[in-house]
Write a protein that binds this ligand. Structure first.
Ligand code: TRP
Length: 381
């Protein structure tokens, strides 16, 4: 039964058919030849690549061609501050950190602190300021290289950003924005302009260094419409078309069929990086959709269904060890492992991760300034 689904930068809903999305968005599926080529540089493949969680790309071959010629790319990704960081947000960032380490490249991380202010009715600029800081702590806690990571905050770096954004905006029409983002005559004009701001970090480093460099953008697939538009514009400004690599969404606790991604709008179906142990346990036990059978007897006889079991799905995103994961899969499917047991494994996994992460988050408070792009030095780069 084919269900409707929606994937836009501002709304993700339904049971997402990722193959259909590849077709609709016009991205390319990551195939084994590409994986082999990445592996030839990285030595091993990140589990998010091995498991197809990063599943699509645009122009990865160009990035590798240039890299092999000695022309290093830079990474660009971002987070629009609108609330605390949840576990789903961490997925593309963990992968970005791996790319930074393996290819030893710079990362430009954008905090478009006007985006959700413009798109959400009740979010103030005070809120977005607070969450910019909170979200920065999570990003720093993941261990990005402070010497090679630069935070761009749209309202702080407004002077650097605006100069470039107007060049982008001059080459995008309202009808393009309407078609790509579903905006209409009723949309506020800030929201219509916004995509020009998200385009800028894909070439800002080239402006700052006065050097043409390839850009690779790791992101969740919902952000693709922005880059579909900016890929047409950026070459007209004299820079390379940015390349990108896309991941799927971590499903919400309520289940894949109910919501496509973990959304902060459903509090209980979301685990934040700031949640304590008891809260994590409570949320998973109470809300994680189970693929188990109704009675222990039936479960032992017929086994559980890992494909729809959220605890198992989350382990695919967070358990790095393939063998451990396979054992859990097989035991759950055969009925040897019960729903409560697979949930207990997930709770332990998430809580031990968060315990370390929260400590690093505290330490990060002393280092925020080091990560913020220095405007003055930037002018002279
Ligand atoms: N729009 C993104 C969000 O809603 C934030 C963002 C800005 C971003 N630039 C990006 C995400 C580049 C991925 C890549 O969170």
């Amino acid at each position: 039964m084919a269900k409707e689904f929606i994937v836009t930068p501002w709304e993700v809903k339904g049971n997402i058919d990722y193959d259909k999305l590849i077709h609709e968005f016009g991205v390319s599926k990551i195939d084994s030849a590409l994986l082999d080529r990445i592996k030839s540089h990285t030595g091993e493949l990140h589990y998010l690549l091995r498991r197809g969680i990063f599943f699509a790309h645009r122009d990865m071959k160009f990035i590798l061609d240039e890299y092999e010629l000695g022309n290093k790319f830079f990474l660009y990704t971002g987070r629009s501050p609108s609330g605390h960081t949840h576990l789903g947000h961490l997925i593309p960032w963990m992968f970005t950190k791996w790319l930074q380490d393996k290819f030893d490249v710079e990362l430009y991380f954008q905090f478009p602190d006007e985006e959700k202010f413009l798109f959400k009715q009740d979010l103030t600029l005070e809120d977005t300021k607070k969450y910019t800081y909170e979200n920065m702590l999570d990003i720093i806690a993941l261990g990005f290289n402070p010497k090679k990571t630069f935070f761009i905050v749209d309202t702080i770096h407004a002077d650097l950003m605006y100069r470039e954004a107007i060049k982008v905006s001059k080459k995008i029409t309202f009808s393009t924005v309407k078609a790509a983002f579903g905006l209409n005559n009723e949309s506020n004009i800030g929201s219509i302009f916004y995509t020009s701001m998200q385009a800028v970090p894909a070439f800002l480093p080239c402006v700052l260094k006065n050097k043409k460099m390839p850009c690779l953008i790791p992101h969740a697939i919902d952000q693709d419409p922005h880059f579909r538009v900016s890929r047409d514009v950026i070459p007209k400004l004299g820079y390379y078309k940015p390349a990108s690599i896309q991941c799927r969404f971590l499903p919400g606790l309520g289940g894949i069929a109910m919501d496509g991604k973990m959304s902060s709008s459903v509090e209980d179906a979301t685990i934040y990086t700031t949640d304590d142990e008891v809260t994590v346990k409570k949320k998973i036990n109470k809300y994680a959709f189970s693929g188990g059978k109704d009675t222990v007897e039936e479960h032992r006889k017929h086994g559980g269904n890992p494909d729809i079991d959220v605890a198992y799905q989350w382990l695919v995103f967070f358990e790095e060890d393939d063998e451990v994961l396979k054992q859990i899969h097989d035991d759950y499917k055969s009925g040897k492992m019960l729903s409560g047991e697979i949930k207990a494994i997930l709770i332990e996994k998430i809580n031990s991760f968060l315990k370390v992460h929260q400590k690093k988050r505290e330490v990060a408070k002393k280092h925020v300034d080091e990560f913020i792009l220095k405007k003055h030095s930037a002018h002279h780069l």
